[in-house]
Each structure stands twice: as C-alpha cells, then as structure tokens.
Design a protein around this ligand. Structure first.
Ligand SMILES: N[C@@H](CCC(=O)N[C@@H](CS)C(=O)NCC(=O)O)C(=O)O
Length: 121
C-alpha cells in the first residue's frame, strides 16, 4: 500500500497545505503536487474538476492510490499510519505523547451547515 503514488492537491499559500507538505517532507515520502490556484478564475477549488476530488472545495486533498483523504490533520494521521517511519509524534514513553485535541491545533473542521465549506476558512 505504501508504494502507491502519492498526489497532493494544494496551494503554495495555504497553511493547511503547508502542514501536509511538512509531514510528507519530514517522512521523506515521494509525492507529486498538483496546484489548485485559490484565486485564479474565481478559485480553482470551486470548479467541478476539483470538487470531484474534494466536494468541500478546500485544499489540501491527498490521493494515495485509490484513496482520497481530505482535512490536513486527518491526512497527517493517515500518513503516520501508512508511513510510520520516521514518526511525526514522540513515542508513548514521552510525556509529550498525550494526544492534543484537534480543537487545540487550530485545524478544526471549518465546514458549516449542510451547504458546504465556509468561504472565510
Ligand atoms: N480544516 C481544513 C481547512 C482547509 C482550508 O480551509 N483550506 C483553505 C486554504 S488554507 C482553502 O482551501 N480555502 C479555499 C476557500 O475557502 O475557498 C484542513 O485543515 O484541511
């Protein structure tokens, strides 16, 4: 499974995309990046081509083989599961190993209501 190609849909100025790029690079995972320009043409993330990958219309999205994972923290957790070495988190013996609730990371799910993404996110 780990050997399948990894493709990151992101944007250079996106802090959530940065988070995933940092994890990919720390782990030394080879990946291809596909730019989704958040401003061009009203935002490529809103266009049907990208929404077919992430219906939320937000970057980042990670494609690994057949799997599509969205939400940067979930992507980092997925990478930690599938590519465990080197670990992003300290081992169980470290006091820092206690889990940090997602709401403390500033990376919570900004999707609101049934209509989709919060454009201010
Ligand atoms: N909680 C999401 C946030 C994703 C997010 O808000 N992405 C921003 C860029 S950092 C985005 O795609 N904005 C485009 C828009 O709001 O139309 C995550 O961590 O992945």
């Amino acid at each position: 499974m780990a050997a399948e190609p990894v493709l990151l849909y992101g944007y250079w100025r996106s802090s959530s995309s940065y988070r995933v790029r940092i994890a990919l690079n720390l782990k030394g995972i080879e990946y291809q990046q596909k730019d989704v320009h958040l401003l061009r043409g009203g935002g490529e993330q809103k266009q049907a081509a990208y929404r077919s990958i992430n219906p939320l219309g937000l970057v980042p999205a990670l494609v690994h083989g057949e799997r599509v994972i969205v939400q940067s923290v979930a992507i980092c957790e997925y990478l930690e599961d599938v590519f465990p070495e080197p670990a992003l988190l300290p081992g169980d013996e470290s006091p820092a190993a206690e889990e940090t609730p997602a709401e403390d990371t500033g990376a919570g799910d900004e999707v609101s209501g049934a209509g989709g993404a919060d454009p201010q996110a």
